[in-house]
Ligand binder design. Structure first.
Ligand code: ZN
Length: 482
């Protein structure tokens, strides 16, 4: 998961209005909370200030949570926030993303701090288990659902442990926030129009005090050995895992993704920088060698059983290696990226769910990781004049009716993507009568619905389905309003 869960209520969507509480009353309450917050920010003691912040965070978090629909984003936000004891000294507060507390006789350590809107509740759940000071907050990576509670948890002497690459990941995710936000809203339409500007909930601002590179970072505290491992490649360049050697427990953040075992997201539709396939394989090798008996991911439940874990990790590693090697072989054999997207699939012994990461998109990403964007397919690739710029002329030459016929023909042959190409040309025609537009949009709706069904029956990839659903909704809106 990513920085998709920063929520700010649009006033018109605020549940308190919908429930008939008067607008002035709500404004007074908000003003009082804000006044208290600013007062405490300016003077009062640290702990009072923190309590006030937490209270405000809880109120706003509750409102945000209530307004999320129940059937999106894998239902992460329907997961209750509750305490789970995973071992004598290991506690988890579940939620959209899990937060973990490891206690020792010389203080406690936190692994991931969850999403900001759930921080207050997760702290309530875990705080009673904390022993002594919070000595370290270890952040698995820079995504918003893993770092949001940091400012609420942090104590005077707490070390913030991140990967060396953390700052760079946080920088670009912050700078490109408007760009990513727009894309995120296509696959997650329940997101508010704009990211929050509320200081308490906004993304970023975490300043690490300990940076971890390939040499890892080990420390012992109260007799517990902590190994913070550099494991880049899965959800970005800044992935850290935490290994408790004596208990053979591995805290993996998003390294394995939300499903077990799964084909990883070498590519993500949201955008983000490349995820290096070989780096990911090397990180997997490092984790396989540890022999974990329990994996604690930061989404969903713990994975248990040495054999199950080993088999899953080996399959994931071999699947990525297989796809990678097939791409290399195909590139060297002079095949195009599209041929390889079509041809490469996992052999039966390496079959993995593609609900999160899709093999054909990994093929394209690996290709572009090695060769970037110029594919030597056409001179036109070099210039900012895409084929779309001649669609209007093509439509004039062919006539909208003939383009629609051709599209229908391909659709009947189950060549849905070719059908879409023809529809894009037809819809670029000028002039385009409303009757022609309705015919083209109606066919587009059928083609998109077919693709959605096909996606469900093949990879069942969540991003593909969400993207297609968004295109279906846009098409329906266009059909209803000229
Ligand atoms: Zn996540």
């Amino acid at each position: 998961m990513n920085n998709i869960f920063r929520l700010k209520r649009k006033r018109s969507q605020c549940p308190s209005y919908q429930r008939g509480i008067s607008k002035p009353l709500v404004l007074i309450v908000i003003a009082l909370i804000a006044a208290a917050w600013f007062y405490l920010n300016g003077s009062g003691g640290d702990s009072i200030k923190k309590k006030a912040q937490l209270k405000t965070a809880e109120v706003i978090g509750n409102i945000a949570q209530r307004n999320m629909p129940s059937d999106v984003a894998g239902g992460f936000h329907n997961i209750p926030i509750e305490l789970r004891a995973l071992a004598d000294n290991v506690y988890q507060a579940s939620g959209i993303a899990n937060t973990h507390l490891i206690t020792t006789s010389e203080g406690s350590v936190l692994f991931d701090s969850g999403i900001s809107i759930q921080a207050a509740k997760q702290i309530k759940v875990l705080k009673e288990k904390q022993q002594g000071e919070l000595t370290h907050i270890i952040l698995s990576h820079s995504h918003a659902d893993h770092i949001g509670g940091t400012k609420f948890w942090r104590e005077k002497n707490t070390e913030i442990v991140t990967h060396l690459e953390y700052a760079e990941e946080q920088r670009y995710l912050s700078e490109l926030e408007p760009y990513f936000w727009t894309r995120n809203r296509i696959v997650f339409p329940w997101l508010p129009e704009k990211p929050t500007t509320q200081e308490m909930f906004r993304y970023g601002g975490v300043e690490p005090t300990i940076l971890v590179d390939h040499r890892d970072y080990n420390f012992e505290q109260g007799g517990v050995k902590f190994s913070v491992l550099s494991t880049p490649g899965a959800e970005g360049a800044d992935n850290l895992s935490l290994w408790l050697a004596d208990q053979k427990i591995l805290f993996s953040g998003d390294f394995f993704g939300p499903l077990w075992p799964q084909f990883p997201n070498v590519f993500t539709m949201r955008g983000e920088k490349v995820r290096k396939p070989i780096e990911y394989i090397q990180s997997l090798d490092k984790l396989i060698a540890l022999g974990p008996e329990m994996i604690v991911p930061s989404h969903h439940e713990a994975i248990i059983g040495k054999d199950n874990i080993k088999a899953g990790m080996i399959r994931m590693r071999d699947a990525v290696q297989y796809v990678h090697d097939q791409v290399i072989e195909g590139m060297n054999a002079g095949k195009t990226v599209y041929q390889l997207m079509d041809e490469i699939s996992l052999p039966e012994e390496l079959a993995l769910t593609q609900e999160h990461g899709k093999v054909s998109w990994a093929v394209k990403s690996i290709w572009e990781y090695y060769a970037t964007w110029f594919h030597f397919d056409s001179t036109t690739e070099l210039y900012p004049v895409p084929i779309r710029t001649i669609y209007q002329d093509l439509a004039e030459l062919a006539s909208v009716e003939r383009l629609l016929e051709k599209s229908q023909h391909h659709f009947q042959q189950q060549q849905a993507v070719k059908a879409l190409h023809f529809l894009e040309i037809a819809l670029a025609a000028e002039p385009l009568s409303r009757t022609q537009e309705i015919a083209a949009l109606g066919l587009r709706l059928e083609v998109l619905e077919y693709l959605l069904e096909r996606a469900k029956q093949t990879s069942d990839n969540n991003y593909e389905k969400d993207y297609l659903r968004s295109r279906i909704n846009i098409t329906k809106e266009q059909l209803e309003s000229p």
